[in-house]
Design a protein around this ligand. Structure first.
Ligand code: ZN
Length: 453
């Protein structure tokens, strides 16, 4: 690909001018500040280049339900009513439809400025729970959607065995998720076929409700490398169930009885005590925050101030995909802290930009959570790069760190002009290169789903 040249770029040691970046085979090979344009360069005249974050938590198929669960039911509404609609979708979705939905989701993520995604993939079987001829069929569909859109993929096939912490058998829509450990490991062995060169295969015990501690430990032994994600401490009800069953709160239990480290990402971690918050921060695990979904589901507020003060790593994910918006995830995270604490600029150090602080943390934390060699514009790293339009009316008065404050707090993801994922130039001038075809396929698939709901 041609070298990139931009008047401003955020490099590991700070902002630099007239930066020329060369890329070969998906990786950055050179970063030269104070450079000159060479014939054939792709000159991004009114852009600043940034390392592009990854989206560390997605259930792609749920995008098809967006907007359908915002109507109040007869009683107090909760997460559990949302799950009921999800199970109706699970009764009908076909492999083709799942691939089509994931395709549009990945286009939207790339257009928002994400270069990669960790797909927390728990939908494995046909409706009713019968495995497909290839038990990893639906994993292959996720890989195909990533391939078609060029998004970097960390595929996390999910081990989901039980319907509750008391080992309730799976029922209804959940039957599509279910595997015991042996069946899961057979599926996992096949799941990574066809991943792109920059793709990664990890694994994910769904939660302490759906997997037993013994199975989680056995999974860790059977899959010794790659990212390991788990939903933990999202809802008060879940914490109570797990505590009653295991005798400890979920994050404490995972720290003490499973052992957490840098390969781990705990999705949500919303309901932690102060002690759990400090312990998780010290463990090297990443907190996988999904502020838009957590707001939508009424989960509660992550203790970001305490967690950051303790040096904890975090990244952001779009989870239910009710809305795919990079800047808004970070804004929602900061605003939740402000509303709780009745304070401003909570998650930054004194004198520091909140936007820059949040962005840097999300880029680094998400790269770690995906096991992706990205997260900085430096030679050797994957070329995950986003160009934002510094001449946008909302950003034109801002520079350097304030550009990130502007993107996150004052603008939206329309400031994203171009995105490269491992050197693949997938978003040009604000639009994914295959949007029309991917969107047409999505529309046809959704019409089919709606007719059968
Ligand atoms: Zn989730």
């Amino acid at each position: 690909m041609p070298a990139l040249f931009a008047p401003r770029a955020l490099l590991p040691d700070g902002w630099a001018s007239d930066v020329r970046i060369t890329v070969e085979e998906g990786r950055i090979t050179g970063v030269a500040p104070e450079a000159e344009v060479v014939a054939g360069d792709r000159v991004l005249g009114r852009c600043a280049l940034l390392p592009a974050p990854s989206n560390l938590h997605s259930h792609a198929f749920q995008r098809a339900m967006a907007g359908m669960t915002e109507r109040r039911g007869p009683a107090a509404d909760s997460f559990w009513t949302w799950r009921r609609l999800m199970y109706r979708f699970l009764d009908v979705l076909t492999p083709d439809e799942i691939e089509a939905i994931a395709g549009l989701v990945y286009v939207e993520m790339l257009e928002a400025g994400y270069a990669a995604v960790a797909e927390f993939h728990y939908l494995h079987h046909a409706p009713g729970g019968t495995p497909y001829a290839d038990p990893a069929e639906l994993s292959h569909r996720i890989v195909a959607a990533a391939e078609a859109t060029g998004i970097g993929l960390t595929l996390l096939p999910v081990l989901y065995t039980w319907g509750g912490a008391d080992r309730t058998p799976l029922a209804g829509g959940q039957l599509r998720f279910g595997n015991d450990l042996d069946a899961f490991l057979a599926l996992h062995q096949r799941a990574g076929a066809g991943l792109a060169r920059d793709g990664r295969l990890g694994a994910a015990p769904h939660s302490l409700r759906a997997s037993t501690p013994d199975d989680i430990r056995a999974l860790l032994a059977a899959v010794p490398d790659g990212p390991m994600h788990i939903h933990a401490a999202e809802q008060v009800q879940e914490v109570e169930q797990v505590s009653a069953w295991l005798g400890a709160r979920p994050v404490d239990f995972l720290l003490d009885a499973v052992g957490l480290g840098p390969r781990w990402c705990l999705i949500h971690a919303t309901q932690m005590t102060a002690a759990e918050t400090a312990r998780l921060a010290a463990s090297g695990a990443v907190a996988g925050l999904c502020p838009i979904t957590e707001s939508n589901l009424g989960d509660g507020i992550f203790d970001g101030a305490r967690y950051r003060a303790a040096g904890g790593a975090f990244g952001i994910g779009s989870d239910s995909n009710v809305r795919i918006a990079l800047g808004e995830e970070l804004r929602t995270l900061e605003y939740s802290q402000r509303l709780r604490d009745r304070a401003r600029n909570v998650l930054a150090e004194p004198e520091a930009s909140v936007g820059r602080t949040l962005y840097d943390a999300a880029v680094a934390g998400s790269a770690r959570a995906l096991g992706r060699d990205a997260g900085a514009l430096r030679p050797g790293a994957l070329a995950d790069i986003v160009a934002i339009d510094v001449d946008d009316p909302v950003l034109m008065a801002l520079s350097d760190d304030a550009l990130l404050d502007g993107w996150i707090f004052a603008a939206d993801d329309r400031v994203v002009r171009d995105v490269w994922s491992a050197g693949r130039h997938v978003v040009r001038d604000g639009r994914h290169v295959a949007r029309d075809a991917v969107e047409a396929r999505y529309r046809a698939a959704l019409r089919g789903v709606l007719a059968r709901l």
